[in-house]
Write a protein that binds this ligand. Sequence first.
Ligand SMILES: Cc1cc2nc3c(=O)[nH]c(=O)nc-3n(C[C@H](O)[C@H](O)[C@H](O)COP(=O)(O)O)c2cc1C
Length: 214
Amino acid sequence: MLDANDLYRLIESRRDVRAFRPDAIPDEMLRRILSAAHHAPSVGFMQPWNFIVIRDPETKRRVTASCVEENARASAHYEGERAPLYRSLKLEGINEAPVNVCVTCDRTRGGPHVLGRNTIVDTDLYSTCCAVQNLWLAARAEGIGVGWVSILTTDALRRILDIPETVLPVAYLCLGYPREFFDTPELQRRGWAERVPLDAVILHERWGTTSGPR
Ligand SMILES: Cc1cc2nc3c(=O)[nH]c(=O)nc-3n(C[C@H](O)[C@H](O)[C@H](O)COP(=O)(O)O)c2cc1C
């Protein structure tokens, strides 16, 4: 029988990981993690995802080059004490992680009339994000850290990974044994942001109502 408390503990202990040990992820374990991702819900059972598993150091180097370029552009947006703090943050572990996985969304899969996707076409993207979250949680259960790197351009990923125009790279993930699983998000530990209290994000009946414990 599933224990809900185990699941809640797993969810709360999932972290975005950017510092990895070099040890390889066993193939069977990686397959279990990808299978969990593949069991995500999807609009009309569209299963629009693919998982590009990357181990080649040269590919990682090219992705890192795009990340370095985009990170320089991003850092220009911060001023005052945020600027040096931003520059000191470690925001990717692409080369360190033994495995990178690019999760893509094929926007044409299932043809033009996927059940449930006629009105909100982006539901294929939402489905792909569900797969990413399944992957992230399954990896945590296996003791594997995952870091999502979004300081990358879609064009660079398309070029480096030969991804066609109809397919969107949704997530670029770094996977490996973590140097450490921290209790709190790195951005919280480093004083960048704090978790918003739950009651501040729960609304009752409609937008704009004041929230609070009931
Ligand atoms: C869509 C998405 C993109 C993200 N991109 C990055 C990134 O480029 N670099 C990074 O260091 N963390 C990235 N993160 C991780 C977040 O910073 C992290 O989830 C957040 O700070 C909360 O920490 P936690 O995941 O450890 O709970 C991303 C997370 C998501 C969901």
